[in-house]
Design a protein around this ligand. Sequence first.
Ligand code: UD1
Length: 451
Amino acid sequence: MSNFHSSSEESSSVLQIWGKTPLSGHVNISGAKNAALVVIAGALLCSQDCRIRNVPLLADVTRMGELLSALGVKFQQHGDVLDIDATHISHSKAPYELVSQLRASFFVIGPLLARLGVARVPLPGGCSIGARPVDLHVRGLQAMGANVQIDHGIVHAYVTGANKRLKGAKIYLDYPSVGATETLMMAATLAEGETTIENAAQEPEVADLANFCRAMGAKIRGAGTNTIVISGVPSLHTTDYSIIPDRIEAGTFLMAGAITRSEITLSPIIPDHLTAILSKMQEIGIRTVMESPNRMRILPKQRYRSTDIETLPYPGFPTDVQAPFMSLLTLAEGDSVISETVFENRLGHVPELNRMGADIRVKGNHAIVRGVPMLSGAPVVGTDLRASAALVVAALAAEGKTTLQGLQHLDRGYEHLELKLQKLGAKLQRVQEDTTTEPIPISVDSPISST
Ligand code: UD1
């Protein structure tokens, strides 16, 4: 069973979704993409081999593996288990072709600098959701004694001195950036002395990275709060570590259940990671119950109220669930205002939802969603990962057929999305662009055809 499709298939394939089919049953939530990507980079800190479990099978994980291989590191993937042996890192330069395809690959700068005293990593550049600079990463590394030059789009960071080790520092982040917190925490694990990161990101994925580093012998306190203290150690040792469940994937399936008024169950999940999402769901009239410590059942209703949402750093409402939640609110009674404060360009799904019959107006970073009685299927294009997920959620509730283009985004971030939805009873299939056939029933035990 593969989640992967060649790039030519990606560009010519579309997802056809026939909406208004109720969902039922259970969905397994995969390991968290954002935790897995940074933990893979974190494995570079270890001068022995590491095993990482519960890794989602995603195009982004494969790319991260290619990057590690390009650095001379042994990287093997067996299902959801990765074996990474970074005993020897033979290159300190990350290839542009890989970094430009995957922003998360910039994470290797911290571990490379900590292990080798030098790193050359191309600037990742912006992406469709915003400019996404790396100034906070760079300033923090400089505070730890790194010299950083940016020439011809390459960040060249190096440490001088006999032992080429970074030095502990007190760092205040102007904004609680997830990536900057992770880069600096990784760099600090092997630095000389103590590093304090204030106004640190508190996302569960930051805490997961800290737990992984601690399992390798790092000394980290306070991860998951806004102040993280790291006492540097000379080296880290082997570990066997399992990634946390993906709270964003769980949030997306909660939206799929809610919008189709379906009582589905999800596991494994960590309910504390979903507090902001569950609170907004409750506000509009959707209850959930825990059937066991990590298994949740959604109890939807026929009608939902509107609400206002502002995306914020954790524990605020996650920007990554903003788009799928907006799909749900298109069918609520009344007006909702959704304010995106984390990224400057993350409302790309709005025109596409409007093409499906939604009534949404954008003013600056606010989307005013006027609830409508129904959505109708239409040809739509996913502009980024979560925008694509939002369109799938909307399509599940829409009258008729939606054809979604831009599947390379979904393949980056959702493991076996089609298969998981099919198991819940949704009618959808991936086809070459001009195919106009009705859906072919697919056995839940058989792999999804990529064509
Ligand atoms: C991570 C997640 C992404 C999620 C985001 C916010 C990964 C691989 N991706 O992205 O899914 O949407 O957190 O929860 O984990 N910023 C700066 N300067 C910097 C760094 C960031 O200005 O040096 C800005 C960004 O442009 C953005 C905001 O800070 O506007 C938040 O970015 P950040 O928290 O760093 O997100 P990422 O780590 O890129």
